[in-house]
Ligand binder design. Structure first.
Ligand code: NAD
Ligand code: ZN
Length: 369
């Protein structure tokens, strides 16, 4: 698949039924969002990230719905504001807008918005309906799907939250045009993760697209494919009792790198390094072939994602150990066995992990097949 026109079948929104709520991916979804909000038959409150581009989209949705001014709640977000104080501001906004148990909260924004607004919807009057308009790549392929909502506490990321399924998710693909290039690229780390889980089809497509500029990518097709991977897994394990763990591929390393860097390394960048780490650990424990490992590294490198970290191995290991305490005292990993075959709950020795962390400080073992 080379850069090409969008697949004609996917030019229009796709509806994913695996989860019991629609996930629509497309271009020009505004009218559908408005129609959905009208047919939902409930008073609507819109909550949006105060980023100028996101606000413009939220206003374009609010206008035809003829919402009163106080029914559009705008809050400053960002990872450092993903906290309870921000949830409180949204709850106050809902209250000021006269929201009741039948209100639909329509959130607009990236992954910080879906986590924060979804959590607010889950708690306002013990839970009101929530729909999300995803405006970042991370929100489209990952954060807004699957019902995990929550905020950070001073003690760690995503420590306060609940499972709250949305009633609908809209991935408004043209919104990506204003997304900072860095955020787009970092979001791709999660798409590569989905491709390693899913297997050849999505992985091959990403390999073919990777030399081309992002402007030429058939984004609707790529996002729809990644949404399908996540939806299918989440549908089988809504509360993360087992198989959903596979979505944490690369994340034991990534979370530790984020923490050890005091969150200066962005999540997507940490996931890319974490995917290399998981591959190395899988190689070391005889699960993964060099050929597949190098394919993953080659793809990440072509997408311009980082593969090494300047952080000390000891600092990353300490951050991993802190996380381990919260997970029943075991250091567990999700490791690839092949592209398209991922194993979760793998316990690895401290020695193996430390040796991989030392490798992550050095240039990648190879970036070409
Ligand atoms: N709940 C889950 O299952 C899940 C899964 C993955 C990630 N997450 C969470 O998602 C968050 C990361 O999401 P993110 O990367 O979208 O971060 P984000 O929401 O902070 O968005 C990144 C930046 O892009 C801006 N932005 C968003 N859409 C834009 C647009 N269309 N045009 C211009 N700017 C835009 C935002 O204002 C922000 O500055 C993390 O907090 C992570 O924990 C949650
Ligand atoms: Zn992630």
């Amino acid at each position: 698949m080379v850069a090409q026109e969008e697949d004609p079948d996917l030019r229009f929104p796709i509806v994913n039924d695996d989860l019991g709520y629609p996930v629509m991916v497309g271009d020009g979804l505004r009218d559908r969002i408005v129609a959905f909000a009208r047919t939902f038959g409930a008073p609507v409150v819109v909550a949006c990230d105060d980023n100028a581009h996101v606000r413009r989209l939220a206003e374009a949705i609010a206008k035809p719905l003829r919402l009163k001014q106080d029914a559009v709640v705008t809050v400053a977000l960002g990872e450092s504001r993903k906290r309870l104080a921000t949830v409180e501001r949204v709850l106050d906004g809902l209250c000021a807008a006269g929201a009741d148990r039948h209100t639909l909260l329509l959130g607009v924004g990236g992954g910080v918005a879906s986590d924060t607004f979804g959590f607010a919807a889950a708690t306002y009057m013990r839970g009101i309906a929530y729909a999300h308009v995803a405006t970042s790549l991370v929100a489209m392929v990952d954060a807004s799907i699957g019902g995990k909502t929550g905020v950070n506490l001073p003690g760690g990321k995503n420590l306060a939250g609940v499972f709250k399924d949305p009633v609908a998710v809209f991935c408004e693909v043209p919104a990506l045009q204003t997304l900072p290039f860095r955020s787009l690229r970092e979001g791709l780390a999660e798409v590569v993760k989905a491709a390693i889980i899913e297997g050849e089809e999505l992985f091959d497509a990403l390999e073919t697209l990777s030399p081309h500029s992002f402007g030429r990518w058939p984004w609707t097709t790529v996002i729809a494919a990644a949404v399908k991977v996540k939806s299918a897994i989440v549908a089988d394990d809504r509360q993360e009792a087992g198989i959903r763990e596979v979505l944490n591929l690369g994340h034991t390393f990534a979370h530790a790198i984020e923490r050890a860097s005091a969150f200066r390394v962005a999540h997507g960048a940490a996931v890319a390094i974490g995917l290399r780490g998981a591959g190395l650990l899988a190689l070391r424990t005889g699960r993964f072939s060099e050929r597949d490992h190098f394919r993953v590294l080659g793809l990440l490198a072509l997408l311009g994602l980082p593969l090494r970290t300047a952080l000390e191995a000891d600092a990353i290991f300490a951050a991993m150990s802190a996380d381990k305490k919260r997970r029943g005292g075991k250091l567990r990993f999700v490791l690839p066995r092949a592209i398209g075959d991922v194993e979760y709950g793998v316990e690895c020795s401290e020695r193996a992990v430390r040796s991989v962390l030392a490798r992550l400080q050095r240039a990648p073992e190879a970036v070409r097949r």
